[in-house]
Write a protein that binds this ligand. Structure first.
Ligand code: F6R
Length: 614
């Protein structure tokens, strides 16, 4: 949510900043801007509404030279998308420039105080107070003080969250960045340094990175960098190596990142499982859990915390854990947990599920759980992200960067990891070796089975074209496939803007079925599982009222085709793992409907990847 990239070194900053903005655009695309300083202290400051492409066109007409600068792509929180509200924001003298991610909670109070002191504001944003606070702090620290002293002084007054990058025309050759609950990392090059809110903006330039922790500030010059804590004490940071390749953040021949990422399902499954199956023992090898066997043997209650798609993965995880390990589990929106946590004790395990590892609601919920001294586990895709680093134990998905705003491959890898976790807990309890082995062996078959589902993409394309003109949809599923119905509905609404509702099939007749009229489309998940007969009844109920049904069924099932209007097939698999396959046709269905409707699939209206504000 919003992206920051900044550069200081010997090259021209602008192409680097623009390329970084393109990489970060999936995090916000309402408006964008840059501030570049040259060695004489002249600043080029250009902002625009809309996409990075529009900023690039403006900059082509008005190029800015200089070898350090900051840039930002915005997802609006305070103030509508407009040039004045776009970042970087400037102080009264157009000397200090700030790009900010996060929310300054006490901005109204700060702004009123600064206005009383004579500061003139040009935007409606919370972020602009930072530029004026630094301007005021520069006076306070005096001529002996530095820009970093002024930034530290300014941040003392701020409540809320921030990842910031600051430059000043009066302090050339210096870039100051700081973070609190909003991601920021440094890229270490050869005589050049970067700071960004997301590693995807750095991958082309360097693999050597330093993650800033909360309340840390870094000073970057062409000669090096220094990190300090809130008390201005130097902090020694570890340089870590980014994995992955620049190709991971390209579309590689696909029309959209979403399409590419759906097609990565087989690879993502292989990566999630690799090295984690202990065949003879019929269990999973998960070092985070293996290292805490004793503590985890006491667990008698599991709470999954997450949002959106990751929340639906948690719903599947709950059923898996309860079935295989017999441990009561619940799934709580992280945004609710933070303010209304259920009773917790040391026998509760809190599991955060997050693709980005930066979702503010989930991060704050994990912190809340830690305040209650309960064990915490994170299932996270982005290596080194805040949630991964703050949770007590962690398991990575290794799904690679997910750029499409609508999550697809991450969901699939979350389900694979959750099944490993459930087998692990099961084998610590009463799950037999043979049942554990059966699940793991089938899990190892799923990459191949996912390939089979994907080979039917063109058929789903044809089907989707037939449904693309509908404005309302139901997605229905039962037991393990109820969360998949919720996820299918979310995918469709977020990228195609069609109205879609997901329901547990059994709930339909308690109200929602009133909406079914002739031709009303429903997608019904009906794989050959323990609730198959019930799913067939649901289809009959819909058809009896004139509804149109697209069913997702298991290969070889000839019965469904006689009652549903259309059928998409998945290969036979175990019920507990079926969501991993049933979700793929739903992802493709949403994708092709959105494509037919001409939607901006990778950058849907009002959304942004990684919601780093509460
Ligand atoms: C939907 C989607 C969102 C995210 C949610 C949580 O396609 O991507 O619903 O799943 O914002 O994000 P993470 O998993 O990064 O915590």
């Amino acid at each position: 949510m919003c992206g920051i990239i900044s550069y200081i070194g010997k090259r021209e900053a602008l192409p680097i900043l623009l390329d970084g903005l393109y990489r970060l655009e999936y995090r916000g695309y309402d408006s964008a801007g840059v501030a570049v300083v040259n060695h004489d202290g002249n600043v080029g400051h250009i902002r625009t509404t809309g996409r990075v492409d529009e900023l690039a066109s403006l900059l082509a007409e008005h190029p800015i030279q200089g070898s350090f600068g900051i840039a930002h792509t915005r997802w609006a929180t305070h103030g509508a998308p407009s040039v004045a509200n776009a970042h970087p924001h400037a102080d009264c003298k157009n000397s200090v420039f700030v790009a900010h991610n996060g929310i300054i909670e006490n901005y109204a109070h700060l702004r009123a105080a600064l206005e009383r002191e004579g500061h003139k504001f040009a935007s409606e944003t919370d972020s602009e107070v930072l530029a004026h606070l630094i301007e005021r702090a520069l006076v306070l620290v005096g001529s002996a003080g530095t820009l970093d002293d002024a930034v530290s002084e300014a941040l003392r007054h701020v409540q809320g969250t921030y990842g910031i990058a600051v430059v000043s025309s009066r302090h050339p050759e210096k870039l100051v960045v700081a973070r609190r609950s909003s991601p920021l990392l440094l890229g270490i090059g050869d005589g050049e340094f970067f700071a960004a809110s997301d590693s995807s903006a750095l991958l082309r330039h360097t693999r050597r990175i330093v993650y800033l922790d909360d309340n840390e500030l870094a000073v970057l010059t062409p000669k090096g960098y220094e990190v300090r804590n809130i008390r201005r004490k130097p902090v020694t940071k570890q340089v870590e190596l980014l994995t992955g390749s620049p190709a991971d953040i390209e579309k590689n021949g696909h029309d959209h990142f979403m399409e590419k990422e759906i097609h990565e399902a087989p690879e993502v499954l292989r990566n999630a499982i690799r090295g984690r199956v202990l065949h003879a023992e019929g269990t999973a090898k998960l070092s985070a859990l293996d290292a805490s066997v004793e503590k985890l043997s006491q667990i008698n209650h599991i709470i999954f915390l997450s949002q959106g798609t990751s929340y639906y993965a948690g719903l599947v995880g709950k059923y898996m854990i309860e079935e295989l390990a017999g441990i009561p589990a619940e799934v709580v929106y992280a945004s609710e947990f933070r303010y209304a946590p259920p009773p917790l004790n040391e026998q509760t395990l809190v599991v955060a599920i997050s693709q980005s590892g930066e979702t503010a609601d989930t991060l704050e919920a994990i912190r809340e759980a830690k305040r209650h001294h309960v064990p915490t586990l994170a299932i996270v895709n982005v290596v080194g992200s805040s949630i991964a680093r703050e949770a007590g134990m962690g398991i990575y998905n290794y799904a690679g960067p997910e750029i499409g705003v609508a999550s697809t491959k991450a969901f699939i890898s979350q389900l694979a990891v959750l099944s490993l976790v459930a087998v692990w807990f099961g084998r610590q309890r009463n799950l037999s070796v043979s049942r554990g082995r059966e699940i793991l062996e089938e899990l190892q078959q799923l990459p191949h089975k996912a390939e089979k589902v994907l080979s039917m993409a063109s058929r789903i394309h044809t089907l989707a074209d037939g449904y693309a003109s509908h404005e309302h949809f139901f997605f229905l599923g039962r037991k393990y496939n109820w969360p998949v119905a919720l996820e299918g509905a979310l995918k469709l609404k977020e990228i195609s803007y069609a109205h879609a509702e997901g329901y547990a099939s059994g709930e339909m007749k308690h109200g929602p079925i009133a909406l079914i009229t002739s031709g009303f489309p429903s997608v019904v998940l009906a794989p050959s599982d323990s609730v198959y007969e019930k799913s067939v009844s649901t289809i009959h109920e819909l058809k009896a009222r004139g509804g149109k049904v697209l069913a997702v069924a298991t290969e070889g099932n000839t019965e469904i085709a006689k009652i549903a209007d259309d059928v998409a097939h998945i290969p036979q698999t175990l019920e507990i793992l079926s969501p991993i396959l049933t979700v793929i046709p739903l992802q493709l269905f949403a994708y092709f409907i959105a494509k037919k409707r001409g939607c901006d699939i990778d950058k849907p209206r009002n959304l942004a990847k990684s919601v780093t504000v509460e």
